[in-house]
Write a protein that binds this ligand. Structure first.
Ligand code: DAH
Length: 341
């Protein structure tokens, strides 16, 4: 027994002297202290010894086992500290190095144009208001004088939602007019930017696009005010010198209704491919708020009148920046967006 124990201790010391990493330590632990190790074996044999031998070898073996355990533990802690130290050296970050360059973000052209519109109308005393994108039939259609079976509903390619109130994705921002007139008493001057949705997609149509609606309700508002307001807007938005013309049109919520054209910003009215040779570009719908719409929000049409207009933001951006494909707005390639710093 004595030589075996001495040999075991010597083996352990020699092996420990040669170990160089944590994996090696684990192997030693399994070898020298595991279930199948020599020490376990020796402890198992204690039972067969005489009482006197047991008294000597019991404590001796347990002491050896404790020593080996402690030595292993100490070495493990020291190896772990070494490993941490070398990782810290290896992964050191030099905060004084110059960065690889950060590119500055820019506003999306749609945001640019929306803000510009807001700014121009703020100069005329218009407030900015927003309405819900998931709207009820009432606000998107009925209150705007679209009768239940009105054919104009079909032109809106509506997305209907499976919600308790049968909401739909608003097809235009005109419904915000109703919210505004319910909330405020005239005089009301507001513009309402926002997303609108129609089940329609090709090179010039996207199922989601942006509109800005305008509303002015007060005593004595007339078509002359509408035309002057639009002219002022276009003078500010495009370079001065862009003419506008109003053509008769139809919308359920305005009477009379018009469509407004601006003289082509590309050819200045001479005729080009942008304006299809006509010299004019259709840009928005507008009109005098239909008396039925005013009645729907308890405003007396005998006392008040108003005008409204609605325009597509993408269309304005296309004309302003000469963009050829509506998809460019949604692909969001940085090479495109960076041009709008
Ligand atoms: N809501 C109409 C559309 O999406 C645009 C429009 C036309 C808005 C006439 C108006 C208006 O406020 O008076 O096509």
């Amino acid at each position: 027994m004595k030589t075996t124990v001495q040999q075991l201790q010597a083996d352990f010391i020699a092996t420990m002297a040669a170990v160089s990493d944590l994996n090696g330590l684990e192997a030693i632990r399994v070898n020298f202290l595991g279930k199948k190790s020599q020490i376990s074996d020796l402890l198992g044999q204690l039972g067969k010894l005489s009482i006197d031998d047991k008294k000597i070898w019991g404590p001796r073996l347990n002491q050896l086992k404790a020593e080996m355990t402690a030595t292993l533990e100490e070495k493990t802690i020291s190896f772990e500290a070494d490993a941490l130290e070398s990782r810290l050296i290896e992964e050191r970050i030099d905060f004084t190095l110059p960065s690889s360059g950060i590119t500055k973000g820019s506003l999306h052209p749609i945001t640019h144009v929306t803000r510009q519109i807001q700014q121009i109308f703020a100069g005329l005393g218009y407030i900015v208001a927003e309405g819900p994108e998931a709207e009820t039939d009432h606000y998107n259609f009925s209150a705007l004088n679209f009768g239940k079976d009105h054919p104009a509903r079909d032109m809106h390619d509506t997305f209907y939602l499976d919600t308790p109130e049968n909401r739909l994705l608003r097809t235009h921002t005109s419904g915000v007019q109703i919210h505004l007139m319910e909330e405020y008493k005239p005089p009301i001057r507001a513009i309402t930017p926002g997303k609108v949705f129609r089940s329609d997609a090709d090179v010039s149509h996207s199922p989601v696009f942006h509109q800005v609606e305008g509303l002015y309700v007060d005593k004595g508002v007339n078509m002359g005010h509408l035309k002057a307001t639009l002219q002022h807007f276009f003078d500010q938005f495009f370079a001065k010198g862009s003419d506008i013309r109003l053509r008769p049109s139809y919308f359920p919520f305005t009477e009379p209704s018009v469509e407004a054209d601006v003289s082509c910003v590309i050819c200045k009215g001479k005729g080009c491919s942008m304006c299809k040779g006509s010299g004019w570009i259709e840009i928005l719908g507008a009109g005098m708020v239909d008396p039925n719409v005013l009645r729907n929000v308890n405003i007396d049409p005998e006392e008040y009148s108003g005008f409204a207009f609605g325009m597509g933001v993408e269309r304005l951006a296309i004309l302003k920046y000469g963009i050829t494909n509506i998809k460019l707005f949604y692909d969001n390639h940085t090479a495109f967006l960076e041009q709008f710093q």
